[in-house]
Design a protein around this ligand. Structure first.
Ligand code: SF4
Length: 452
């Protein structure tokens, strides 16, 4: 197996920026569900992850243009809501992160919020932070609360309804967390949560319990936490595959990301690195030529992109995906099946065909995880099977992902195939995981309101 390695030719240093270093511009006097971490005073890079010159990672790949397009809808949105902002500023990922929309007062200026959407911002609510990049907000319909992308990111009152079987940590990740930020559930692979921050917050997020939260006080920053995770991986030679997720690792600055990837790639038994990210869909301008160059240096690095709906496949996303593909990175897509958003074969076919045109292979279609307040997003498993049966054979196999339930209680991913007999007990579906263990997935969606 070829090992990931970085070559060492030097080029100019680019500015180091991470999400920790930027923030929203709205006032703090109203609820936003804001719980994002602020960089602690004096936080530094821990010794085992000491900084290396970014010049080490920066090279020019031929044919990558630094310019970015701007779709017509975003142009109109910018003219209406950010009249003094230039196209160049809009296309700067740092500007987008600094100006994320996080407060109900800002949302109200841009969207006709329904009473239900407004209610979701009662003081102290919602628990999961709200954040939209102006770019992603520009793709949403300001007048239609049923708009697919809007439903995935603007909270509604149904988030307060907790159904049977819904859990704060539905996958049981806390139980298999071996050091903070490192989940070791399967024998040969681990999940490293490189950050808790995302560019935007999806309302159905499996890790809604932790994204946007602060680190444990004993850690001075993520780089210190990484040191423990890297030490654990280095100490266990069964681990050949590291999934780097979060939060969203592509919200880290180039230098931080490069240091982390290099430390992992330097471990002799680590053969594969995988990054899970939604950034190409919600912040495509983050995929700069410098970032693509950096990632291209790791020869066994895969990128899995979280995509929801064909409306995300804009000219901007097209450039971002093209940069990653041109840099030689294998690209896969992961999609969560969401009621009324993408739970029909026509929508998914449009999404998957669009992804394939951009050299992204649909990988997993996930049954939505039962986090608290997810009933309005979750489809019955029968619906997922129906959609899959309308894809298989009706389009090329490349456009058909594997439909999986990430089984609660540490069951792992269990593929579900059309025609497969499903065993039920009350509202639960009984599934057998790779170890032969029986796991339950709550297939009902009726719930009761959270106490006020
Ligand atoms: S980008 Fe991923 S980690 Fe972040 S909120 Fe969305 S689903 Fe959760």
């Amino acid at each position: 197996m070829r090992k990931a390695r970085i070559s060492r030719s030097a080029q100019p240093v680019t500015q180091r920026v991470s999400l920790d270093a930027v923030g929203g511009h709205e006032s703090d006097d109203e609820p936003s569900g804001d719980r994002e971490d602020k960089p602690p005073e004096g936080a530094g890079i821990a010794p085992a992850l000491s900084p290396e010159p970014l010049s080490k990672f920066c090279h020019s790949l031929p044919g990558l243009s630094p310019t970015f397009p701007e779709n017509e809808r975003s142009q109109q949105f910018r003219a209406q809501h950010y009249p003094s902002v230039t196209s160049a500023e809009w296309s700067d990922w740092r500007w987008q992160l600094r100006h994320r929309i996080r407060r109900v007062s800002a949302l109200q200026k841009m969207f006709h919020l329904t009473p239900d959407e407004q209610l979701a911002f009662r003081r102290g609510e919602p628990k999961l932070p709200v954040a939209l990049t102006p770019y992603y907000a520009s793709l949403m319909d300001p007048d239609n609360a049923s708009d697919a992308l809007r439903r995935t990111h603007i909270p509604v009152g149904d988030e307060r309804i907790v159904g049977p079987g819904e859990l704060v940590d539905p996958l049981g990740e806390e139980e298999t967390t071996v050091v903070p930020g490192l989940v070791h559930r399967y024998p040969d692979r681990v999940l490293l949560m490189a950050t808790r921050q995302c560019a935007t917050y999806c309302r159905y997020c499996t890790r809604s319990r932790m994204v946007g939260t602060q680190l444990h006080e004993k850690f001075q920053g993520f780089r210190q936490q990484w040191r423990h995770a890297v030490d654990h991986i280095a100490s266990d030679d069964r681990i050949r595959d590291v999934v780097i997720s979060g939060g969203d690792p592509l919200t880290l600055g180039d230098e931080e990301l490069g240091v982390l990837l290099q430390r992992l790639a330097d471990i002799p038994h680590v053969e594969i690195l995988r990054i899970g990210t939604k950034v190409p869909m919600v912040l495509p301008m983050r995929i700069t030529p410098a970032l693509a160059n950096l990632l291209s240096r790791f020869k066994s690095l895969w990128i899995n992109i979280h995509c929801t709906h064909p409306d995300e496949l804009t000219p901007e996303a097209s450039v971002a995906l093209g940069r990653l593909a041109d840099a030689g990175l294998p690209l896969g897509a992961q999609t969560v099946l969401l009621a009324g958003i993408n739970d029909d074969a026509h929508t998914l076919k449009r999404l998957y065909h669009g992804l394939l045109r951009h050299r992204v292979r649909p990988y997993y279609l996930y049954q939505c995880d039962p986090i608290p307040g997810s009933g309005h997003f979750r489809t019955p498993v029968a619906k997922g099977l129906e959609v899959m049966s309308q894809l298989r054979g009706f389009t090329s196999g490349l456009a058909v992902p594997t439909y999986v339930i990430d089984a609660p209680d540490n069951g792992g991913k269990i593929p579900i195939l059309p025609g497969m007999p499903l065993q039920r007990q009350d509202d639960d579906i009984l599934l057998t995981n790779y170890q032969g263990r029986t796991c339950r997935y709550p297939d009902g969606s009726a719930g009761e309101s959270l106490p006020a």
